[in-house]
Ligand binder design. Structure first.
Ligand SMILES: [Zn+2]
Ligand SMILES: [Zn+2]
Length: 639
């Protein structure tokens, strides 16, 4: 077998100091390009793991270079490298590559350039992030971490790179030989697809005699859990991994190798399926299409075989361009044109496996994955699209606002509590809800109707757990056993303590790290809104955003019924972020958070750009006039 070739190119020397200033804004739009390149469009993908010496410098370089070349798409930068998917005229993309190659930081980078058609519709363009340029600093280039406390593997420990030809030859020699000895040997080889379920459903590697492992995950951050749960399938094996363009295998292969000495034979297809299909235009061992995260949607081999099937009728079908999604988890699903006419609500195979049926969806059922579009049109807004012929086509702008719930709530319950607000702001704002990371035990008060006791329950017994939504917190009291423990019932030990929030001081750093992941996965957000404990957290995010280089960037904060957190940074300096504070007045009947506490928190913000609304409605966010008009007036400034 031909296993072993190029080492992952990890360490390279730093960028030339004059790199950015040399090229800022002064690039010729076309550098020695042919006629065709002036008119053809293309997509460019590349990533590079390397220590970035000056992130800010590189951010401004990308912004100015991409704007001057008219490129749109996503640029993600982290201290350990860059991940880029941009689209524009072929000649401009070639100019971009030429400039990047001058920087030694990008030595050895595999620039994958393909010509392409324009997005087939606005929905596809918007979902794929190709309506604008988004340059952002993130924690991870691709998010492998399933929770904020998970330790990432060292990228230098990534699996051995195999070129497309080498990968092909390994699959061929292990899979096609008929003599008994080699066949036994082939059992020691497993093929691991590192992509999400909806990607593997339209195309995958298939080889006789080699087992292909499909983790059937919704998102990349689920892969580490799958690896943990299925380590027996990988132990002692020669593991061949692949993904779309290669970047996901880098981290995941390092993660597998971090599991110990029996997990060291890990190999990855360098350049991913994309490079493989270029080498083997008839598909080789790959059948179906390569799902891609740009507006091409998928790229097939010359054979154009269809391995996907319609979720509804089972007919061969592999076209995601209508962007049908599961009504529960929002994952992409395959629904053929005929079935789309009959039905508009779908349930994916994973949700079906978990017992979700095809019944109507209620407003509060979908929680964590509230976001339909992965990217919104934001940042650098006035830029023209390369295919718009001078016209800027754009849907009405809405503010995306991340919502942080209060103590012992969850995304779903907070969505319910703010339904009236969301309705009144629906032309201006899209709210995105997430659960806090600290899971709480259920509490019930005997002979009481507290929490989620259902009518069928004996007054002195806890209600069945499956009837209850999990409750979460951003901060917990020191004596709480922490998250991840089994969901169980605890009898409330005393009467409700109105000052309990002052004892909840633990777990802040975990919550903050978790929010960074939320920003990187579900962002960007224009603003952040927090309620009660969520408001305290919101203030902390605004305070910290300067020191984390854009990892949690927002332009404004809406702080409702908040109180100041006991974190050292809050003691000195003001929070310079435009803010709207909504809380109960002196006679405001907020029995949970006193007026003075909310006032104290408001005073931590720069008074020059903060607005205060005091109301008489208790521990809620009021949505009646005149309050709603004041809220609208504040938000209007950011549209
Ligand atoms: Zn169908
Ligand atoms: Zn689903």
């Amino acid at each position: 077998m031909v296993f072993l070739v190029s080492k992952p190119s990890g360490d390279v020397e730093g960028a030339r100091p004059d790199f950015c200033s040399q090229f800022l804004g002064s690039l010729p739009l076309a550098m020695a390009n042919g006629e065709d390149d002036d008119h053809q469009f293309g997509v460019l993908l590349y990533y590079k793991y390397a220590q970035i010496p000056d992130l800010d410098d590189l951010v401004s370089f990308y912004k100015s270079n991409c704007i001057s070349l008219g490129l749109v798409g996503r640029v993600r930068l982290a201290s350990q490298g860059v991940n880029v998917t941009v689209c524009g005229k072929l000649c401009s993309l070639k100019s971009h590559i030429a400039v990047m190659k001058l920087n030694s930081l990008f030595d050895g980078t595999d620039f994958k350039l393909a010509s392409c058609h324009q997005p087939m519709n606005d929905v596809v363009a918007r979902e794929c992030g190709f309506t604008s340029l988004s340059v952002r600093v993130v924690q991870e280039l691709v998010t492998l971490r399933s929770n904020p406390v998970m330790k990432l593997p060292e990228i230098t420990e990534a699996g051995t790179h195999l070129s497309a030809a080498e990968f092909h030859s390994v699959l061929g020699s292990a899979g096609l030989l008929s003599d008994e000895k080699k066949r036994i040997h082939s059992k020691d080889v497993v093929l691991l697809d590192a992509r999400n379920l909806y990607e593997t459903r339209v195309g995958k590697f298939k080889t006789p005699n080699i087992e292909t492992l499909d983790p059937e995950i919704r998102q990349y951050s689920d892969l580490s859990c799958w690896i943990d749960d299925n380590s027996e399938k990988l132990r002692g094996k020669q593991i061949l991994m692949y993904c779309t363009g290669g970047i996901r295998c880098e981290m995941a292969s390092a993660y597998i190798k971090s599991k110990g000495s029996e997990f060291q034979n890990v190999f990855q297809l360098y350049g991913g399926i994309q490079r493989y299909l270029e080498q083997f235009p008839n598909g080789g061992f790959f059948s179906g299409k390569n799902f891609v995260f740009d507006h091409r949607i998928s790229v097939g081999s010359s054979t154009e075989d269809i391995i996907g099937t319609c979720l509804n009728c089972g007919d061969p079908f592999d076209d995601y361009s209508s962007r049908c999604r599961c009504k529960y988890c929002r994952m992409l699903v395959l629904v053929c044109d005929n079935c789309q006419k009959k039905n508009t609500l779908y349930v994916c195979e994973l949700c079906r496996k978990n017992g979700k049926d095809g019944g109507p969806i209620s407003q509060f059922q979908s929680t964590k994955l509230e976001v339909v579009s992965q990217q919104s049109d934001h940042e650098i807004g006035s830029q023209q699209l390369p295919w718009s012929n001078g016209k800027v086509c754009r849907s009405p702008r809405k503010l995306r606002v991340l919502c942080l719930h209060g103590f012992r709530q969850n995304a779903s319950s907070f969505k319910g509590r703010t339904a009236s607000l969301a309705k009144k702001l629906k032309t201006m704002v899209e709210f995105v809800y997430v659960d806090a990371p600290h899971e709480l035990s259920f509490i019930y008060h005997p002979r009481d109707r507290e929490t989620c006791v259902t009518s069928s329950v004996q007054p002195n017994c806890p209600p069945p757990v499956e009837h209850c939504k999990k409750k979460f917190a951003w901060l917990i009291a020191e004596d709480i056993t922490g998250k991840g423990s089994e969901t169980k019932w605890e009898v409330a030990d005393a009467v409700f303590d109105p000052l309990q929030y002052q004892k909840q001081t633990d777990g802040f750093e975990e919550s903050f790290a978790y929010l960074k992941t939320v920003f990187s996965e579900k962002g960007p957000f224009d603003g952040i809104l927090g309620f009660s404990q969520g408001a305290a957290m919101t203030a902390a995010v605004c305070l910290r955003k300067m020191s984390v280089k854009g990892a949690v960037d927002v332009r404004f904060a809406v702080v409702c019924s908040g109180f100041p957190l006991q974190i050292p940074e809050l003691e000195h300096g003001v929070i310079s972020c435009p803010s709207l504070h909504i809380f109960g007045s002196d006679q405001g009947n907020d029995r949970q958070i006193a007026n003075k506490m909310s006032r104290d928190l408001a005073s931590c913000f720069d008074a020059g750009c903060s607005v205060i609304i005091e109301h008489d409605s208790g521990h809620i966010i009021p949505t009646r006039p005149p309050y709603i008009d004041e809220i609208k007036a504040f938000l209007q400034r950011f549209l």
